[in-house]
Design a protein around this ligand. Structure first.
Ligand code: B12
Ligand code: SF4
Ligand code: SF4
Length: 407
């Protein structure tokens, strides 16, 4: 307990030091103000760009001001926590086949977003750090209340990060820094005491570049800075609980969980200084789990042999848990449909028997895709399995995938 009350400057300096010691690579302070982007958020929701993410509309009022997250909030500490920025998957391994010796005889890899590469759920990594920072704030200023958030609270973290001087919002909507690029998470600590603020980041360093807008595989940007989440691969493979619309399945390519395209093409992520920080960050971000045996790639065939219990055991502590088994198998089937050959039919056949209609439907689609790409007809046992499914299937979602090809 301090003998005399420390000045706001001293509290801010202590928070900054704590944050760096916890592995954060940037720390800025913003005043708690009304959200300047609130009306844009409303428009964005009304346009349908939030897709299934109804939590925006459900908690809309709370987005107006940080006091919606911490009553009486006066300052927001905004933090950046790095994840790997090293080179992406070697192109020759993307979606390729490799003998895996696990009994299935095939291994097709899908790509996973780099924020997952440590294998740990970043909420689990960052929350304890925020809690420790909150505890030290409380020690310095016992009357203060502090709340740490990462992602889940009703606050637009990139807006407040810009206000705290961390960087600008790129045309891909993400927060970018000249020294750090964009391969980092944002997190905030809200406090109900006033701390000295940093200068907001006013300049925009995208210039005439449109690389992210041009490269997006699904054309998800309706304009610079405006994303239609319903078309974003990240949304479709992580957040969506539904069967991915047919019109977008091809464009998903080999992304089985998340997407980094609009960051990989960004010139600000190619700076050598950024890579050095990334190397430290990936070490600091924790362990390598069994869920992620090789960074950036996930073996797909074996997912189809996991029942709910074994899926839980393998993925419970990883970012992939968010999609649950049905979502990850849906994604894996789409990727196999986009990239696979007859060698991939056996996991997909197993998927036809799955208890989840969404998995069955995605597997039907994938089998037809593989069949359409092949000069040979589908093997008899596969055609028979599809016929059998047609006879017994009761779910409209699956029947719809079977139907157009019936004649
Ligand atoms: C919902 C969500 C998603 C959704 C929607 C994404 C989105 N762009 O909104 C989906 C599932 C698609 C998604 C994907 C990803 N996400 Co996300 N996501 C969020 C979350 C939880 C909320 C974002 C939000 O508020 N969206 C609402 C919309 C309305 O915000 P907006 O797009 O910025 O819209 C504003 C602009 O359009 C602006 N606007 C309109 N015109 C103009 C003009 C100008 C000049 C400007 C500046 C602004 C502007 O007005 C709107 C309101 O302010 C945040 C965490 C958080 N609480 O902030 C993480 C967050 C943004 N995601 C993050 C990450 C890492 C990702 C992915 C990279 C993951 C991946 N690899 O798959 C992708 C990137 C896709 C992309 N290009 O955005 C990080 C980003 C870190 C960073 N450096 O910025 C965050 C901050 C999570 C975190 N805590 O670290 N995400
Ligand atoms: S994450 Fe992928 S799909 Fe989503 S906006 Fe970026 S490039 Fe497009
Ligand atoms: S790719 Fe270009 S336009 Fe897009 S965020 Fe990066 S600098 Fe800005």
């Amino acid at each position: 307990m301090p003998l005399s009350k420390p000045a706001p400057d001293a509290i801010a300096a202590a928070i900054r030091a704590d944050a760096l010691a916890e592995g954060f690579i940037a720390c800025g302070f913003a005043p708690a103000l009304d959200s300047a982007g609130f009306s844009d958020l409303v428009e964005w929701i009304e346009a349908g760009f939030a897709a299934e993410m109804t939590y925006f509309a459900d908690r809309l009022d709370a987005y107006r001001h940080p006091s919606g997250v911490l009553p009486g909030a006066r300052s927001v500490v905004v933090l950046a926590y790095p994840y790997p920025a090293t080179d992406p998957i070697p192109p020759d391994l993307t979606g390729s086949k490799i003998a895996d010796g696990n009994g299935t005889g095939i291994t097709i890899h899908g790509r996973v977003a780099r924020y997952t590469w440590s294998g740990a759920d970043y909420h689990d990594v960052i929350h304890p750090k925020l809690k420790r920072i909150c505890r030290s704030i409380k020690q310095l200023s016992p009357e203060a209340h502090a709340r740490g958030i990462v992602d889940t609270a009703p606050m637009m973290e990139r807006e407040v990060a810009q206000l705290a001087g961390l960087g600008w919002r790129g045309k891909n909507t993400l927060l970018l820094s000249r020294t750090l690029g964009s391969y980092f998470f944002l997190a905030c600590v809200l406090v109900d005491i006033e701390l000295p603020s940093d200068t907001p980041f006013e300049t925009d360093h995208c210039g005439t570049c449109t690389a992210c807008l041009d490269a997006c595989p699904t054309d998800a940007f309706v304009a610079p800075h405006v994303l239609d989440a319903s078309k974003c691969i990240s949304f479709l493979t992580i957040e969506s609980r539904e069967l991915i619309p047919e019109s977008l399945r091809h464009d998903i390519g080999d992304w089985v969980f998340g997407c980094d395209v609009c960051q990989e093409v960004c010139p600000w992520n190619r700076k050598p200084s950024r890579r050095a920080i990334a190397a430290e960050g990936s070490d600091a971000s924790g362990h390598q789990s069994a869920a992620q045996p090789s960074r950036g790639r996930m073996q797909l065939a074996e997912l189809f042999w996991l029942d709910e219990d074994s899926f839980r055991e393998r993925f419970r502590k990883t970012p992939m848990w968010r999609t649950r088994r049905r979502g990850l198998l849906r994604n894996a089937a789409i990727v196999l449909g986009n990239t696979g050959t007859f060698d991939c039919l056996s996991p997909l056949l197993s998927g036809l028997q799955d208890t989840e209609p969404m998995v069955r439907a995605a597997c039907v689609w994938a089998i037809f895709q593989i069949g359409e790409r092949s000069p040979l007809p589908l093997p008899d046992h596969v055609a028979n399995a599809l016929d059998q499914l047609r006879r017994v299937e009761s779910q409209a979602m699956v029947l719809a995938e079977l139907e157009p090809r019936q004649g």
